[in-house]
Design a protein around this ligand. Sequence first.
Ligand code: NAD
Length: 368
Amino acid sequence: MAAKKLLILPGDGIGVEVMAQVRRIIDWMSKKRKIEFDVSEGLLGGAAYDVHGTPFPAETLAAAMAADAVLLGAVGGPKWDDLPFDKKPERGLLGIRKEMGLFANLRPATVLDALADASTLKPDVVAGLDIMILRELTGGLYFGEPRGIETLADGSRRGFNTLVYTTAEIVRIGRVAFELARKRNKKLCSVDKANVLECTVLWREEMIKLQKDEFPDVELTHMYVDNAAMQLVRNPKQFDVMVTENMFGDILSDCAAMLTGSLGMLPSASLGAADADGKRKALYEPVHGSAPDIAGKDMANPLATIMSFAMCLRYSFDMAAEADMIETAVKNVLKGGLRTADIMQVGKAKVSTTVMGEAVVRELDKMV
Ligand code: NAD
């Protein structure tokens, strides 16, 4: 089998520290599971600006387009705050997502047993939670034209954005959603605002058609976005996969993230269109940012990035067994009582980024 081409972009701040722990897991997979990775490393964000004068150098783009999957840490930090807008580290992130055509953002919200009381919700509401929110990432209200702020004849101003989706855009995100649901519990909830917004009437019609034509084995339900926000907090375990428009997804996925209690535990994946072989461009990253307040202190929680790598194995490389191993190793480390500062609980042992990474590897060792 050809080596799996993995591009690693550690980025800035804690991105570099958490990615160092992922490198341990990759090395372990190569040595103990004989999986061949062709790993290269590149620059994105502030680190890229410092070397190339741009947060998204041409060589990073070329390497990302040639890779089977990209693994990203995080970008940004106060050092680059005063740069012009187009040179800011975050432009690198938006740039790579756009150039890779990543239209599907997968945000799992999973509550691990050991952390059930880290949520602000009652443990029985969130214990065992395992849902997936799929957010459309390149269309909808955030990208629709026309947009802007204009001055009217009477001197007052008017701001406007456009919520727009074509059938092709709806169907391609719908297919990813149904395929995900098919691999899980075969339940998909499509979230819209079809009682008010015509664009989402079309969204709902296309989802219904897609289910009938291609995914009759998946149960499809619909929910208005306001109700979905309420239900996510009231009874999140009623959901399995949710799919929704860009802005709705932005809000709902952050809401779902907080059900789990910690930013340091949340992985994500962004996928592009499938090529002729069914392979998708893909970028995996933790949900958190570069955390300048703790950067360089060996304090960051590496588990979100480690679990992003597990998602990479599952969705880009079809290696569900190895993804399961990593997730189990993480669960066991937490069960064993180790905690980084962000998830520290009374009676547990506070450990560094490095020790947490080493502990995951030790748990993996026990499985072979
Ligand atoms: P942040 O996610 O970096 O940090 C928010 C808080 O959570 C901080 O107190 C931080 O210490 C803590 N935290 C985050 N990740 C953690 C981890 N793995 N372990 C322990 N604690 C963790 O968000 P912010 O402070 O709003 O942004 C800081 C910088 O990161 C900014 O420059 C912002 O633009 C950038 N950012 C980048 C991304 C990305 O690269 N995807 C996402 C969000 C923010």
